[in-house]
Ligand binder design. Structure first.
Ligand code: GDP
Ligand code: MG
Length: 214
């Protein structure tokens, strides 16, 4: 990664007169793919395994430093509305970036990604919004050599609650290439690639000045 790691700015830093860029980032995708979990992991490094669905929490923010620039990220979660496909135009309006999430162990969530991209294009009032497709829950994947083979003895019970991968990394990459988006596989549970996902998205937004400059 050529650019700097994300570093939280301290109160003191914020007191200085460096202008703060404010960005709106959306997190979309099917229910239960881990959108809220990715957001929470990114915002305050927490993971709640019992989080059933998102009611009431729809926006969280964090100040980060990307590539020498102080950025106030406003992350918009769906508050569970994605189940009813009723995300409003207000949700999409003026977003500079979007994270489109699927679950690598549930193929139908991957197959819906193109529809989420279409909805994004239909509602976001600019064409250059930066998109990142995220294949989440990589921690659940058992390698195909293990799959099924040792699932009938007691000691492998834990392994057996894990799942087969239903979407390969290559398929994810191909989809991203077709739609000119960024791509990453991640695990909110294991905090794998979560920071870098948002970091990379912000980095690319900052590379597109028309997107964020007043
Ligand atoms: P959302 O509906 O897309 O916001 O999904 P949630 O963030 O509410 O997560 C749905 C379920 O998947 C919850 O039970 C989470 O604990 C679980 N989950 C989310 N991310 C991961 C992950 O990376 N790995 C695993 N194993 N489970 C996850
Ligand atoms: Mg949610």
């Amino acid at each position: 990664m050529a650019h700097k790691k994300l570093d939280d700015y301290t109160e003191d830093d914020l007191g200085q007169d460096q202008p703060i860029t404010s960005l709106k980032i959306l997190v979309i995708g099917e229910s239960n793919v881990g959108k809220s979990s990715l957001m929470n992991r990114f915002i305050d490094d927490t993971f709640d395994p019992n989080m059933a669905n998102t009611i009431g929490v729809d926006y969280r923010s964090r100040v980060v430093n990307v590539d020498g620039q102080t950025v106030q990220l406003g992350i918009w979660d769906t508050a569970g509305q994605e189940r009813f496909r009723t995300l409003t135009p207000t949700y999409y309006r003026n977003a500079q970036g979007a994270v489109i999430v699927y679950d690598v162990t549930r193929r139908q969530t991957f197959e819906r990604v193109e529809q989420w991209l279409q909805e994004l294009d239909a509602y976001v009032n600019r064409t250059d919004v930066v998109k990142m497709i995220v294949g989440n829950k990589t921690d659940l994947v058992i390698e195909s050599t293990e799959a099924g083979s040792n699932c009938d003895n007691e000691t492998s019970a834990r392994v057996c609650v894990q799942k087969n991968r239903e979407v390969s990394r290559e398929e994810g990459q191909q989809l991203a290439r077709r739609h000119s988006t960024l791509f990453i596989e991640a695990s909110a549970l294991e905090n794998d690639n979560v920071q870098v996902c948002f970091e990379d998205l912000v980095y690319h937004i900052l590379q597109t000045p028309g997107l964020w400059e007043a």
